[in-house]
Design a protein around this ligand. Structure first.
Ligand code: GTP
Ligand code: MG
Length: 198
């Protein structure tokens, strides 16, 4: 799929204030600093559409971007960032869960996982939460440029083992990406396009 237009629409912390347009939307979620905002920029060919930072905790609101005038990409704050106050964490938590539980336009969540790391409890818990909440999701491994190409398969196999040990019958659909190398771009855009065409 070709991205012709990508425009920022609104940032907010309340699901009730998200755009009312009945357009399909796809949300990016994962631990702080995993590369959610960078992935949105990579997919849309923009350097700064979504704000990125080397410091965790950059994205603090629900951000809607309208793509080709007919679907949305949504950038969300990260979860699991230890340095924000407990109160801030609770507020984030609340509007993130509100988003997943109430946003009817949400078609699929992309759960981002840093390919370098061993499976983290918080990610496995979040995946289980999406399962219980019946939100369709895929896994997106990020920062693949940071490990050698030959190691990608073994990292994914190790991750799969953890997902199965965590109660899943099979590994969810997954993508391998690098925002610096535009790896995984076509696969994700084709996946979204196929759903939008249905
Ligand atoms: P929060 O908004 O804080 O939750 O973070 P985020 O998940 O949106 O991460 P962001 O896109 O801001 O990226 C965090 C850092 O990782 C930045 O320094 C990015 O340049 C870097 N980064 C993101 N994706 C990649 C990637 O694919 N490869 C490499 N090498 N660095 C990346
Ligand atoms: Mg971000």
């Amino acid at each position: 799929m070709k991205i012709n237009t990508a425009e920022f629409i609104i940032s907010n912390s309340e699901v009730s204030k998200c755009p009312k347009d009945p357009l399909p939307e796809y949300a990016f979620i994962g631990r702080s600093n995993v590369g959610k905002s960078s992935l949105i920029n990579m997919l849309t060919n923009h350097k700064n559409l979504a704000k990125t930072s080397s410091k965790p905790g950059k994205t603090q609101l629900i951000n809607h971007f309208k793509i080709n005038s007919n679907w949305f990409l949504v950038d969300l704050p990260g979860y699991g960032y230890a340095k924000v106050s407990k109160r801030t964490k609770e507020i984030f938590q609340k509007f993130i869960t509100d988003y997943f539980e109430k946003r009817e336009q949400l078609v699929c969540a992309f759960v981002l996982i840093d390919i370098r790391l061993e499976a983290q409890k918080i990610d496995l818990e979040f995946i289980n939460y999406l399962g219980v909440t019946e939100v369709p999701f895929c896994i997106v491994f990020t920062k693949a440029d940071k490990i050698g190409k030959t190691k990608i398969d073994s990292h994914i196999s190790a991750y799969k083992k953890q997902v199965l040990a965590n109660g899943w019958e099979e590994m969810p659909q997954h993508f391998v990406t690098s925002s610096t190398e535009a790896l995984g771009k076509e696969s994700i855009l084709t996946f979204i396009d196929d759903i939008n065409q249905q």
